[in-house]
Design a protein around this ligand. Sequence first.
Ligand code: R5P
Length: 312
Amino acid sequence: MPGADTSTKEKNFYTDIPAAKHSFFLKGLDQYDWGMQSRLSRMFNPKSGHTVMLAFDHGYAYGPTTGLERLDVTIAPLAPYADCLMCARGALRSCIPSDCDKAVAMRCSAGTTILDENVFVNECIGVDIEEVIRMNVTCMAVQVCIGSDNERNNIENFVKLVDLGNKYGIPVLGVTAVGKNMARDKRYFGLATRIIAELGGHLVKTYFVEDGFEDVAAGCPVPIVIAGGKKLPEKDALTMAYKAIQQGAAGVDMGRNVFQSEDPIAMIKAIRSVVHENATPNQAYELFCDLKAENAKAAKAVKRAKTTKAKK
Ligand code: R5P
């Protein structure tokens, strides 16, 4: 017990100052309560309003993707540079140290794999909410294949997780996935992102489109993050991130364009400069090249020192 208040100082209730009102910094998420907003503020930087998520959830359906053969070797060293890690629970528990203080978007749907032509389309809820809470997860990510043969089932999984998310204050990230027969265009992404948001998704992950992304972002009432997609030359990936942010994305959730880069640490730092500091593609690419050269020099010095030591 703190004991009785023995201060002789006159109490001041600041009756001349109206009670503070806070509006939340992420669009469409003003009306959620403290726990939900606190988690969102761990995923997104409240100063820039943006996030750099590092996606390495590929293995849960595709096995050991190039660059992800050893998560402890390739991903753990990148974690300090991400705002949020996106992965499956097995990857998190086995390869990411629990003292890592990053937000985590856990892949909470599971189902068919690369060995099935319906990979991603036929998923169920793959993680129990108690496990999500036990692992101190910041956000639940679930595949929502709008327009697939399994659309109803995807939406059912999604809204169940939204209800659980609202119950426990854990945001749900709806991940749009484009079927083989669908066009990756503004019409499809505008439709899919809007449906996910209207069904209660707190965040939406989608792809960038050259023609009309601004409309997709504006038509989605909650924050959108873009996936990176297949590996591009570094400057092209930085340009895509730049355009997405300038046209209304709240962040990027990139995988292959980071962990398959010639220099993953230099690349994620360059992406951060675009997402959080509004660096242009040229400035970010220059940063990437400088950091890559520095890292190569440092690696050479370490190698030289090792060789010298071995010779002695
Ligand atoms: C999404 O559905 C995937 O599981 C990945 O999280 C996503 O594709 C992002 O990774 P990448 O930037 O490599 O496409």
